[in-house]
Design a protein around this ligand. Structure first.
Ligand code: FES
Ligand code: FE2
Length: 394
């Protein structure tokens, strides 16, 4: 059990907390690109790490994430007019570009240069892999974007999904690295659902009967490699190897050759989070069968809400979008559709490398201990570099 102090240390993410400052050193998924579907579309209210923000896409298609409250008198910029390369506060008309610079101040005389001195909170953004990413940390410490495989692939290879969870981000991360629960929660009890698994490559999981995995953990440059070894049959072990990637990401173990899945837990505040699940195949487009499996919503993917007449097109994000008819800049708004399109990664950076290329060593003798030990030979038979699912000799 964690002490109360350690629990506080790990779960608090506001500015000035230890974990909050750590998370602010990373580029974080802020929202789906499709939530800002077009230049000058309706702004989106969002909250990340306890900070109230507003996101918009300007006339040139650039994305901006600003502090929600206007530095003049504190009106919420969510109600602003998104027009002519900036977001204009609805109260006195101060206008801010995506960098947070005030570019127009209609309440001042034309001769005034006061606007040049006004800058509001703005976080750098980048779009990659069908997501808008934000960096909320010190400018001089801004890192490069993470080159996660799915962010470097053609859009046809990737499925991107986001859901809200009413829990602390750490509760989600804990579940993602807890390989023991898959023996029960992710076991398919209903044979009719066999063909509609939302995460493919789990055939060995369905065969195994050993629900008491032996865990081994390795530190890596990117985080942790977490091996869970089960007995499969008289000759073989069944390994599930989960990659934990800093700061809050994991990769779900899958058998070689199948699509791969990533999860990310991004704190909204300390009681709520966005859960991102991404599935991709590094070598080819996802098949319709794979997409149908995801959209059966029978596994780790939550159902996307469908469009209701009169509602904003993007209702999957559970009420963080303004009704486009309600505000001064919302006339027209994004056109609704009856179906949430499959989000596509916007850029091509060339083919990614297959993460499952390393073949396991099949020759290791059975370790002397069967349970509970975390010594070196607990990894025997398995390459330390691989993730995913492997079958190794006992
Ligand atoms: S409160 Fe925003 S311009 Fe005055
Ligand atoms: Fe799970």
């Amino acid at each position: 059990m964690l002490s109360k102090e350690d629990n506080e240390l790990l779960t608090r993410t506001g500015r000035g907390t230890s974990m909050g400052e750590l998370l602010r050193r990373y580029w974080l998924p802020a929202m789906l690109s499709e939530e800002l579907p077009a230049p000058d579309c309706t702004p989106v209210s969002l909250k990340l790490l306890g900070e109230r923000l507003v996101a918009f896409r300007d006339t040139e298609g650039r994305t901006g994430i600003l502090g929600a409250y206007c530095p003049h008198r504190g009106a919420n910029l969510f109600w602003g007019r998104n027009e002519e390369s900036g977001l204009r506060c609805v109260y006195h008309g101060w206008k801010f570009d995506v960098s947070g610079q005030c570019v127009d101040m209609p309440s001042e005389p034309a001769s005034s240069n006061f606007r040049e001195k006004v800058h509001t909170t703005a976080y750098p953004t980048q779009e990659r892999g069908g997501l808008i990413w934000a960096y909320m940390g010190p400018a001089h410490l801004q890192p490069d974007m993470p080159e996660l495989e799915w962010t470097l692939l053609p859009q046809s290879h990737v499925y991107v999904h986001k859901r809200i969870q009413h829990c602390n981000y750490l509760q989600n991360v804990e579940g993602e690295i807890d390989s023991a629960h898959v023996s029960y929660l992710h076991k398919e009890f209903n044979k009719e659902n066999e063909g509609l698994r939302s995460i493919r490559g789990q055939g060995l999981l369905q065969q195994q009967t050993d629900s008491t995995p032996h865990f081994s953990v390795r530190e890596t440059d990117y985080g942790l490699l977490i091996g869970a070894r089960r007995e499969l049959d008289a000759e073989s072990y069944y390994w599930r190897v989960t990659q934990f990637l800093m700061p809050t990401y994991t990769m779900i173990p899958t058998e070689p050759g199948f699509s791969v899945s990533f999860t990310g837990a991004v704190p909204i505040d300390d009681e709520n989070m966005w859960g991102y699940t991404i599935t991709w195949h590094p070598d080819r487009p996802l098949t319709q069968e794979e997409i149908d499996g995801i959209e059966s919503w029978k596994g780790v993917y939550t159902e996307r809400l469908r469009h209701r007449p009169g509602a904003p097109a993007n209702v999957l994000v559970h009420g963080n979008q303004r009704d486009p008819r309600a505000g001064p800049s919302g006339a027209g708004g994004p056109a609704g559709s009856d179906h949430q399109p499959h989000p596509r990664a916007p850029r091509h950076h060339g083919p990614g490398s297959h993460r499952h290329a390393a073949a396991p060593d099949q020759n290791g003798p059975r370790p002397p201990e069967r349970r509970g030990a975390h010594g070196d030979d607990s990894w025997r038979g398995l390459s330390r570099a691989v993730g995913g699912v492997r079958r190794t000799a006992r």
